[in-house]
Design a protein around this ligand. Sequence first.
Ligand code: GLN
Length: 502
Amino acid sequence: MPQRERGISSAFLRRSDMTDGIDTLRLTAEAAIGLVERRELSAGELHAAYLDAIGERDGELNAYLRIVPTADGHGIPIALKDVISTLGVETTAGSRILAGYVPVFDATVAARCRAAGLTLLGKTNTDEFAMGSSTENSAYGPTRNPWDPARVPGGSGGGTAAAVSGGLAPWGLGSDTGGSIKQPSALCGNVGLRPTYGTVSRYGVVAFASSLDQVGPVAKTVRDTALLYSIIAGKDPADSTTVELPEPVALPTGDRLDGVKIGVPGQVAALTAIEPGVRAAFERTLELARELGAEVGECDLPLSFDYGMPCYYLIAPAEASSNLARYDGVRFGPRVDGESYRAMVERTRDEGFGDEPKRRIMLGTYALSAGYYDAYYGQAQKVRTLLVREHAAVFERFDLIATPTSPTVAFPLGERSTDPLAMYACDLLTIPSCLAGLPGLNVPCGLSDGLPVGLQLIGPQFGENALFRAGHALEGAIGFDTVPERLRRTGEECLDRNRGAR
Ligand code: GLN
């Protein structure tokens, strides 16, 4: 399958008259499906419209690592994070060590998208092996935030998030280990779902930390998110950790929250890391929830707030150090030769991995080593069990938990890239529920200094439908405009051209 070479996109992405006038910044996936079903647009025309937008804006954003120039299905397009294996399309996980790796199979999630008729637009940028919170750890250059290109889109799934909010894809898939769907969705003003662990197949997804990794949708609306989740979720014989959904996905319709009990952890109030503008948008959203009929009360997650981060930064690197052992210069990607097998492997890994995977491999190998295993990895697993119980106790009294998704809005490129601990702190609020295996939804809930703020709703295991219902009702009441302010004129010009043509 032909692929875009970096830097030449605008040369062959000709603007076609047919697609001029489609406002990809505003078009939801649901609306796009309607256009195709009513035969107002063909799959090829829609695909071309997004390629035009990519040609116009991705030089600045770098959301895509590569694009697929022709529609290969009869439905609407989708962008996939580059950790998802795609038949015949290079898959690098943002790493040099997988450069040139072209899978001979589709990940189950990619195959399910294909079976649903979705056409692959391209593979989106990611922190190397999904390790990071800003997409600055990609070996292929950072992605920029469509709301302000001087700022990061979040990470690790910054590519998919920037593609969706920049109008370069109607929707996309990310992967979330400790926040990589929820946090970039928050920073780019998208809706994003991290599903219940075990509801979405990991088969063919480049592994980071297998007990935490989950693929999930990123979109402009909660309904689009639910729709895409219904396409990818469910048992997969190729991934023994998956289960069938206990109930079908229900597209949310209602606009009330009557009787819904929402718990806000008392620990949120004391967290100084939360910026005032984020806190203000969060408080306003809780007020809206009350107006819609929800009962908002205080819950308690003390262990999660104190031990979630340290626990994650033992378990995730430990699993990563094991998963990344497979990149040895023999099975995948480029090889750097050496005088012995050992020298070849060492040189390949030294040149192929960037700093962050190396840091995690060292941390994880140490945590798993004889003599330290019980003190670090074993202890972290015990703490993880306590976090599972702590969340379960909250769900005996509450239907959902609400917090801000990220303590801050999108920060300037470079601000945290040399300070790993500051980078890790981005996921303070997203990590605990990931360790507990629980689903979480980001819903854009306002602006702070012109940048999106995200609300995080956490549900009990398999509580996706409750998240969609509450998220949809809140989304309507919040009325957040998902088109970045600086791009709104672009969208209006598009519509004007459209009107002129009629
Ligand atoms: N930022 C977190 C990390 O670096 C989470 C990444 C993710 O969810 N893939 O591990």
